[in-house]
Design a protein around this ligand. Structure first.
Ligand SMILES: Nc1ncnc2c1ncn2[C@@H]1O[C@H](COP(=O)(O)OP(=O)(O)OP(=O)(O)O)[C@@H](O)[C@H]1O
Length: 332
């Protein structure tokens, strides 16, 4: 299977919001769509999914135009997409039905994902004990002899917190067991525990050989998963390719250095640039190993205690800031 996005463009009036964007996924993995606020990520995703018309371009899945007939695709939208006043269970069954999943099968999958995403109390409120424990077994069946709490109405979407709505939406994206999973800001609004829960599930989907496209502002999270990236800035792709290759291209020019005193004179003498400093913990930019070693030599010579000396390729965060830095405002 393969995904090929060719030459996508979109204008609103005179304003170009996506400008001839192309990328491809010849094999499973995670592709990151990154960018400044308003750079065009969500618009690109919506055009890919046929939710927005394209001015130019095409999207192919296995050589055929991408749509729900040619591809089993799951989508987690950035904005809330649940019907606020409908029962959660009904909505999940409805969304599953739209993706060709029978009601019976949907119920089995909902039980699995409700357990996995820890939202059973909202989907099966009459099967949850006073102490919050559930009567559902590992496979979702009722435990025999368990004391039933007085029946309650299932929760409506607008009765859930933002994070729990996000979990239900994640379920709608995964319910059809999709081959292509598109996640627009999947971790936004999640606490650290639920962020880890989402990450575990994403890891499992990667291990199953799925194709994932992820848009996020959380560079460290994206870096954990993605193999390839496109960075968008004001509608344009400004950096694109395999992340490891991009990092190699920068070389080992970032130096994290922790010492016990002010070493500004040695840094200056070595010609390195200070990116930031906090309590004698320096983030430096060097021209390469030679300059880093020169600085290390002068610190040793002057008997400076070195706690950390880490010469490395830039992180995705550093690459992002360097690529679009200084102009990270919404496009006008
Ligand atoms: N319906 C619309 N009419 C006019 N302009 C729009 C419309 N939808 C989006 N835009 C503009 O298109 C640009 C790209 O928006 P988009 O939502 O794709 O950005 P994004 O990269 O996803 O941003 P963010 O990271 O902030 O979510 C923005 O400048 C936005 O204001």
């Amino acid at each position: 299977m393969s995904l090929i996005v060719s030459d996508l463009s979109k204008k609103y009036g005179e304003k170009t919001v996506v400008n001839h964007i192309s990328f491809s996924m010849p094999k499973p993995g995670v592709y990151a769509l990154l960018g400044t606020n308003g750079a065009g990520k969500t618009t690109t995703i919506r055009m890919m999914l046929g939710m927005l018309s394209k001015d130019t371009g095409s999207v192919q899945w296995n050589g055929r135009p991408l749509d729900t007939a040619t591809c089993n695709v799951g989508y987690l939208a950035e904005e809330r997409g649940l019907y606020p006043k409908y029962g959660l269970m009904d909505q999940l069954i409805y969304f599953a039905g739209l993706r060709g999943v029978s009601k019976h099968e949907a119920k089995t999958r909902i039980k699995y994902w409700a357990h996995r995403l820890q939202v059973e109390e909202y989907l099966y409120p009459d099967q949850v004990q006073e102490d919050g424990s559930t009567q559902l077994g590992a496979r979702g069946g009722l435990l025999s002899g368990a004391k039933r709490k007085k029946a309650q109405k299932p929760k409506l979407a607008d009765q859930l917190s933002k994070g729990n709505q996000q979990k239900i939406q994640f379920m709608t994206a995964l319910i059809s067991n999709p081959d292509l999973i598109i996640l627009d800001e999947p971790m936004s609004g999640l606490d650290p525990v639920n962020t880890d829960l989402f990450k575990d599930i994403i890891r499992e989907e990667i291990a199953k050989g799925k194709y994932l496209i992820m848009s996020s502002h959380q560079m460290a999270t994206v870096e954990e998963f993605c193999t390839d990236i496109t960075i968008l800035d004001r509608a344009n792709a400004v950096l694109q390719g395999n992340l490891n290759e991009i990092k190699k291209g920068y070389g080992r020019v970032n130096l994290s250095l922790k010492v016990e005193q002010d070493i500004a004179p040695y840094i200056q003498a070595a010609g390195a640039t200070v990116l930031s400093e906090k309590e004698y913990e320096y983030q430096l930019k060097v021209t390469g190993e030679e300059q880093a070693n020169r600085l290390l030599g002068s610190l040793i010579e002057n008997k400076i205690t070195i706690i950390t000396f880490d010469l490395r390729e830039p992180s995705l965060h550093e690459i992002f800031v360097e690529t679009v830095g200084g102009e990270r405002h919404e496009t006008e």
